[in-house]
Design a protein around this ligand. Sequence first.
Ligand code: ATP
Ligand code: MG
Length: 197
Amino acid sequence: MPHRDTVRRCSCRLRRIAEERIRVVLKDWPEYAGARLEGFKPKSIGQSNAHVALCENPRGSYFFTGQFSRGKTHLMIAQYRNLALAGDRCILRSARDLMEELRKAEAPADSNREAFISPVLQMVNLAPAGHLFIDDIEKAGARSEFRAEMIFDLLDTIKRRQLGITVTSNLPLRDLAPKLGDAATARLHRLCREIML
Ligand SMILES: Nc1ncnc2c1ncn2[C@@H]1O[C@H](COP(=O)(O)OP(=O)(O)OP(=O)(O)O)[C@@H](O)[C@H]1O
Ligand SMILES: [Mg+2]
């Protein structure tokens, strides 16, 4: 049985690793440095509903929708922080960066370029557990059949492998199909609890 000091040192190390991951994520999202579930003061009924849901089920899958500046990204990053600090594997991407990452991963390697390993695909396809966070999913734009298929495959694998996913969107789920495709939108319906902020 490990000594109590060893256990404490281990959990301190894991916490430092999680804090470092959060710090790296927040470099791209500096305005959300203060986003927390603990002590969060809702400014609307929508925020209050989302906050209650997140506190009751912090590992739940959510679709936060609503107009601009309602606090969707703020609450998503607060959930990310909670899961990361609990030691869960999680990845946060803007929809644009996510699509770029998936496109790069699909591009065949050639003599000038090594194959690109996508951290998102690694987590979704291989990790025993994980939670993907996607900001502004309506901007993923399934303009081509290829993009629509990439998004569908990702969401389908998340559902099949029972991973977690939280998404923000200016459009409600019922209006997302023209942007994301019918199949991907149907998967999000099945995966997430939609909360209007
Ligand atoms: N309850 C709150 N307490 C403190 N700050 C908040 C709260 N809700 C939102 N904010 C802040 O308000 C600003 C707008 O919130 P946020 O960016 O999350 O909105 P959004 O719904 O994602 O908007 P958009 O649709 O433009 O992406 C952010 O700076 C965020 O940190
Ligand atoms: Mg936002």
